[in-house]
Design a protein around this ligand. Structure first.
Ligand code: ZN
Length: 234
């Protein structure tokens, strides 16, 4: 039996359409819609170019990412961080979520042949273990490992229930399916040259999305983003 986490070529194409850009270093699909489409891309803890990459789970479904952005814009991260400071029980559960994140990332590294990545040992993502700096990271973690592990990721999922719930498919019309998928040439060298109109449009859409997703200016770019965002900064 094929591991359902293993990305198919179709999955990778869907991811690039969801994000409006090619994806790289995606080793597994962390969570799927009831229809089978990817919700979360799982990135290798070390990229193909050797760079350690702490942010393992990345939300890709546009309906979920924009819903989570709404929570962020409403100040939910500040409120959660304050609760962590005064609620020892929540703080302990969140620290355990951080430990789980590290453990799962190690497992993914082992399972996918990446091996240990000592440079990021003890470093998770999203502000864990003591702060909340990116809800997308926490929701990605919750979706990938299931409920009961990341209390604040679970809470954020409850918070977006009016826009997205896991028991329903919200894929229809959620991303552009017409025309070619964003270019599959993943070479860093061709990144800024000879872009087609579609690619230029996709890049613009990506910038709009990034601007929409980071209203607080709080997110550390490398911890928040997928590897392609790091590349975009070059
Ligand atoms: Zn779906």
């Amino acid at each position: 039996m094929e591991d359902p986490r293993t990305p198919t070529p179709q999955d990778l194409e869907t991811l690039s359409r969801q994000l409006g850009r090619p994806v790289r270093d995606v080793v597994e699909i962390g969570a799927r819609c009831v229809c089978g489409n990817p919700l979360v891309a799982t990135t290798a803890p070390r990229l193909g170019n050797g760079i350690p990459f702490p942010t393992t789970f990345y939300l890709t479904h546009p309906i979920i990412t924009s819903a989570v952005s709404r929570l962020e814009a409403a100040g939910v991260m500040t409120e959660m961080t304050e609760r962590l400071e005064r609620d020892p029980e929540l703080a302990a559960a969140y620290r355990e979520a951080h430990e789980d994140y590290l453990r799962v990332r190690d497992e993914i590294g082992a399972r996918t042949g990446v091996g240990p990545v000592p440079e990021i040992a003890g470093v998770s993502a999203g502000g864990m273990p003591t702060r909340v700096k990116c809800l997308h990271v926490l929701v990605g973690h919750s979706l990938a490992v299931g409920p009961g592990v990341n209390p604040l990721g679970d809470e954020a999922l409850d918070g977006i229930a009016e826009w997205w719930t896991k028991d329903r498919c919200y894929c229809d019309g959620a991303w552009d399916v017409a025309g070619p998928a964003p270019a599959k040439d993943l070479s860093r060298h061709t990144k800024t040259q000879g872009l087609s109109p579609e690619e230029l449009e996709a890049k613009k859409a990506e910038r709009r999305r990034a601007a929409e997703e980071e209203p607080a200016g709080e997110h550390g770019a490398p911890a928040h983003g997928a590897p392609e965002q790091e590349e975009g900064a070059r």
